[in-house]
Write a protein that binds this ligand. Structure first.
Ligand SMILES: [Zn+2]
Length: 349
């Protein structure tokens, strides 16, 4: 770690907001704000089971992952045309750029859409076009990660991969998301092996609600290069050592964990323990429209709830987000330089 300038504690929220960062755990369907859900429902003539924006927002009182997923899939039902996917991703990327995200690796769930009769090319072309335009217009780089729904079968995942093959130049990897408990990584061993053969990056949600055994499975069976969430790793000392030694990043999502009752409060979150153990932990927003905040809200609220976290941790988290990304080394170095300049600015200004 280079020398980190001294930052006064009262300057920490501004620094957290201003520092360049990468977001590596964002489900694009989870960035659909209630206002956009209603606008797209009107545009596409879709009936929603909620009277208005306020009624939909009131339904966002989740008790666990499944209660969230039920509403998440209802919200996604308004996405029908390529322009809908473009508008959704463009709105997220504009919002992310405001939070000084310089690079985003964005999950999309094709099965949520193909099951409703939307063609996978509609999904991928709309999202990809938004990524291309965001680089040109906002200076933010963005890549797509195709995520399989783990509550569905491996056969279904194989069928999705098959449909996506013509568009392989438009996504960089695959992930595994949706209902974790009862759907261990081993269920997807063969489709992930195929994805690795195809040269795709491989990541997986594991250890959000599920046990450390699911993280071992994601590493050993799926050969995941990154673990999404992974916060349950702290219950397994050998696993913690392995994650640290092999520098396997964890994409942690504090406000999501709070909303889905993985931790009783942000003050009880184990992000400090993950960092102290030397893990490549990062901070991300997961499904920001549903969980009460985009990436800067995650940073600022988590640091406010955990005063043990200082500017040194902020630097480490931003640096980790670059290291953990699948971006080219030259870009990572350039973002690292911008990070250092940002810290120096906040120390001296
Ligand atoms: Zn997630």
């Amino acid at each position: 770690m280079p020398t980190i300038p001294i930052i006064a504690p009262e300057r920490l929220p501004a620094l957290l907001a201003a520092m360049p960062k990468a977001e590596l755990h964002i489900h694009i369907e989870g960035s659909l704000e209630p206002e956009m859900i209603f606008a797209l429902a009107r545009r596409n003539g879709v009936d929603l089971p909620y009277a208005n924006v306020e009624a939909l927002r009131r339904a966002y009182a989740f008790t666990d992952l499944q209660s969230f997923l039920d509403i998440y899939y209802a919200g996604a039902s308004v996405l029908l045309k390529e322009q809908d996917f473009y508008d959704m991703a463009s709105a997220y990327l504009a919002r992310a750029a405001m939070d000084n995200v310089v690079h985003a690796e964005i999950f999309f769930d094709p099965q949520t859409h193909t099951a409703r009769g939307v063609a996978i090319d509609t999904v991928i072309q709309g999202l990809h076009r938004a990524c291309v335009d965001a680089r040109a217009e906002l200076g933010i780089s963005a890549s797509l990660i195709l995520s399989f729904l783990r509550h569905l079968s491996e056969e279904d995942a194989f069928a999705t991969l098959e449909q996506a093959l013509p568009w392989m130049d438009k996504f960089i990897g695959v992930g595994l998301d949706s209902s974790e408990l009862g759907h261990p990584p081993e269920k997807f061993a063969r489709v992930f092996a195929r994805c690795r053969e195809l040269g795709l990056h491989v990541v997986a949600h594991a250890g959000e609600e599920g046990p450390p055994a699911y993280i071992w499975g994601a590493l050993d069976v799926l050969k995941a290069e990154r673990i999404d969430h992974g916060v349950q790793a702290v219950h397994d000392a050998a696993l913690m050592r392995r994650l640290a030694e092999e520098r396997i990043p964890l994409t942690v999502c504090p406000l999501s964990n709070l909303k889905l009752c993985v931790f009783p409060s942000l003050a009880a979150h184990n992000l400090p323990a993950l960092l102290e153990a030397g893990l490549v932990a990062t901070v991300n927003s997961d499904d920001p429209a549903y969980f009460g905040g985009y990436i800067n809200a995650n940073f600022i609220q988590t640091f406010a709830a955990l005063p043990i976290l200082t500017a040194r941790h902020a630097w480490q988290l931003a640096h980790n987000s670059f290291e953990a990304s699948f971006a080219p080394q030259a870009e990572k170095r350039a973002w690292g330089d911008r990070l250092q300049a940002c810290f120096e600015h906040h120390a001296s200004a």
